[in-house]
Design a protein around this ligand. Structure first.
Ligand code: ZN
Length: 304
């Protein structure tokens, strides 16, 4: 029976990471016709329709109508065969959009819909984050001169000052704060109507995960948190976050909300969050969808 975590977006990956292969000359798309290609138009992936749905693992020939992807990144291997990520200009989407053999679908929608098999989602996350990093890091942060791609795309080198730049991953803590039989959920004004989620925030330099959970919860909701326990994590390629899912025990239940961050936040009973997960809350309140780590955190609390 599939676990509810099977719907957690980007958390499973078919990618066999081959860092040893990245140091010498890496395989190229042109030389490996049996390769898998994750193809993006701008930052939007192209999917190829299959019998049961769709796949984001395309073949090199799928790119032929649009010309040579650039950059071309060697990600590692999928099923023993080389896997690449390649970017086309955003307007190349028009070459695929009207062809029933393909779908051009925003990476977030791919996860919400479960449009490709779950184990492909992690490869998609790697490809999207890495392509996005190259698109934004053409120049050396140390001296300002142009940098060049190396190690198959897992590094950029500055020819002027010699600095090696590595792709970044930005840690974000996301926490379910509990107080006995209740948990704290909040909503931002940009959320869909009725959606309440876990509080979250970026880790700051020199900060532990536990302290980030405590700081963010106090800043946003005015609640002091004691014990913090790590639960699970999720790559979040918008553009390159890692969501670190935790649970924290509140030391009190009085709320002082930061209204610039939160439109509302309140305590929800276990019964109430069950209704929200099952979309049968009398006030129409709900949790984020199963692709989101907040759903997994709330679900583990609800099922306890
Ligand atoms: Zn430099």
């Amino acid at each position: 029976m599939p676990s509810s975590l099977d719907r957690l977006g980007y958390a499973q990956s078919l990618l066999e990471r081959h860092s040893a292969e990245r140091s010498g000359p890496t395989p190229t798309l042109a030389d490996t016709p049996d390769a898998s290609l994750l193809l993006f138009c701008g930052d939007v992936p192209v999917l190829r329709m299959t019998e049961g749905g769709a796949t984001c693992l395309l073949a090199p020939e799928d790119a032929a109508r649009a010309g040579q992807p650039s950059p071309e990144l060697f990600l590692g291997r999928v099923g023993g065969r080389p896997a690449f990520a390649g970017a086309l200009p955003a307007d190349a989407a028009a070459l695929y959009r009207d062809d029933p053999a393909y779908r051009v679908l925003d990476a977030r929608a791919v996860a919400v819909e479960g449009a490709v098999p779950a184990p492909e989602m992690g490869v998609l996350a790697t490809a999207k984050s890495l392509l996005g990093w190259h698109a934004r890091h053409g120049f050396c942060a140390n001296c300002g001169n142009p940098t060049t791609l190396s190690c198959g795309g897992f590094r950029r080198d500055c020819g002027s000052c010699g600095t090696e730049h590595f792709p970044r991953t930005d840690p974000v803590v996301i926490m379910l704060v509990t107080n006995g039989d209740r948990c704290l959920l909040g909503r931002q004004a940009r959320f869909a109507p009725g959606v309440y989620s876990c509080l979250a925030g970026f880790l700051e330099p020199g900060e532990t995960i536990e302290d980030a959970v405590r700081r963010e919860t106090f800043e946003e909701a005015g609640v002091r948190v004691g014990a913090v326990r790590y639960h699970l994590s999720q790559p979040w390629p918008f553009p390159s976050s890692l969501m670190i899912g935790c649970e924290g025990e509140a030391e009190g239940d009085a709320l002082v909300l930061d209204r610039t961050e939160l439109e509302d936040a309140r305590w929800f009973t276990r019964d109430e969050v069950r209704q929200m997960l099952e979309r049968r809350h009398p006030d129409g309140l709900m949790t984020p969808p199963p692709m989101a780590i907040a759903n997994a955190l709330v679900r583990s609390f609800a099922e306890r």
